[in-house]
Design a protein around this ligand. Structure first.
Ligand SMILES: [Zn+2]
Length: 363
């Protein structure tokens, strides 16, 4: 984009191409005629873009039908298998090669302890990537992009892990380090964001455009927010710190303060996940979630992680009650509360969706 905010000729050509890629993605399979009809571009422009995308191997013919006039009607679809992505996911401790749509082609375990520096991590990442690509006989020139999913606070624009208690990293310049090693672009984002984006990308209900993820990983609590179909990172990349809202007296939290939800829940569950302890934890978590609902008004709450996996049906129902009893206008809200349905693959799916959106932006 030019400094004056107007699109250059090259920008608008790129935007039109991305609009058509995203349109085909949203439809699954679509005829060229339907693209002409639905996309506000000339037939010549659409034909030219389709030709370019076919040459780039990004779309392919899914079938040939016949239109009303007896002419051949090509059905087009995205060729997700034409490019590969490499995804590292800290939470599931694996390095994967996937197609453009998040289907895992091959995966290797890749965990590291909290004493591993960012520099050491990048060196190991490089070595493991080489081994993985060799194993599946893929040359690195075929890799479209890499995505790295980390816990903690992540600056997605600057490509830094700002702070991560889990990895003991501060201001880790991961983007700069990895860009010196790999010839393809590298994207970095936060675990909760990628789980939510992954789940959202697979939702069957297109009316849901606002969602909230509540993540419990090893009793640590966090959240992620999606509004109008987009992940909200916040002004300081610090959105989603649900675990640090004030609920009651508690031991000193990992953040150094007292009274945090996360510290309270850890204290409650310190002797185990018995029904009485879980019931009390659910009360605190439910009130915290209701606060978030009152502020952000999601239509979907996704529950993900260890505490929620341990809830009986009765306790899940109790959690629902705590949430609905503490939000305003609960009767007239369109709000569903459900478990994650992608499970352990959600963050990998989310990073693949993130790379697709960043590679073919339409805004
Ligand atoms: Zn705290």
């Amino acid at each position: 984009m030019k400094n004056n905010g107007f699109l250059s000729h090259a920008d608008s050509a790129s935007l039109n191409k991305n609009l058509i890629i995203n349109y085909i993605k949203s439809k699954g399979i679509v005829s060229q005629t339907q693209i002409w009809e639905d996309v506000n571009l000339s037939r010549a422009s659409v034909s030219q873009i389709i030709k370019q995308l076919t040459e780039m191997d990004l779309i392919k013919v899914a079938g040939i039908g016949e239109s009303k006039g007896g002419r051949r009607r090509l059905a087009l679809t995205l060729n997700y298998d034409s490019k590969q992505l490499i995804i590292y996911d800290w939470m599931t401790k694996q390095l994967c090669v996937t197609n453009l749509n998040g289907v895992v082609i091959s995966a290797e375990p890749f965990g590291f302890d909290s004493g591993t520096s960012p520099e050491q991590f990048c060196q190991i990442l490089y070595q493991k990537t080489e081994i993985l690509l060799k194993k599946i006989n893929v040359d690195s020139s075929q890799i479209f992009a890499m995505g790295l999913v980390f816990p903690g606070l992540v600056d997605t624009i600057g490509g830094k892990v700002l702070y991560s208690l889990e990895m003991n990293w501060n201001d880790a310049e991961i983007f700069d380090m990895t860009q010196k090693m790999f010839r393809f672009p590298v994207y970095i984002d936060r675990t909760a964001n990628m789980i939510l984006l992954g789940e959202y990308s697979r939702l069957q209900d297109s009316s849901i455009r606002n969602a909230l993820l509540i993540l419990s990983d090893n009793t640590r609590l966090g959240s992620a927010l999606l509004q109008d179909g987009k992940i909200i990172h916040g002004g300081n990349n610090m959105n989603g710190e649900l675990g640090h809202i004030r609920v009651a007296d508690s031991p000193v939290c990992n953040c150094g303060k007292k009274g945090c939800l996360e510290a309270k829940v850890i204290e409650i569950l310190s002797h185990g996940y018995d029904t009485a302890s879980l019931s009390l934890a659910v009360e605190y978590i439910g009130i915290a979630i209701s606060t978030a609902v009152n502020i952000f008004d999601p239509c979907l709450i996704l529950l993900y992680g260890d505490i929620f996996e341990k809830l009986s049906d009765r306790l899940l129902s109790r959690l629902n009650s705590y949430i609905f009893d503490n939000i305003v206008n609960s009767d007239s809200r369109n709000l569903k509360i459900t478990y994650s349905f992608l499970g352990r693959s959600a963050s990998i799916t989310g990073m693949c969706e993130n790379i697709f959106r960043k590679s073919f932006p339409i805004v």
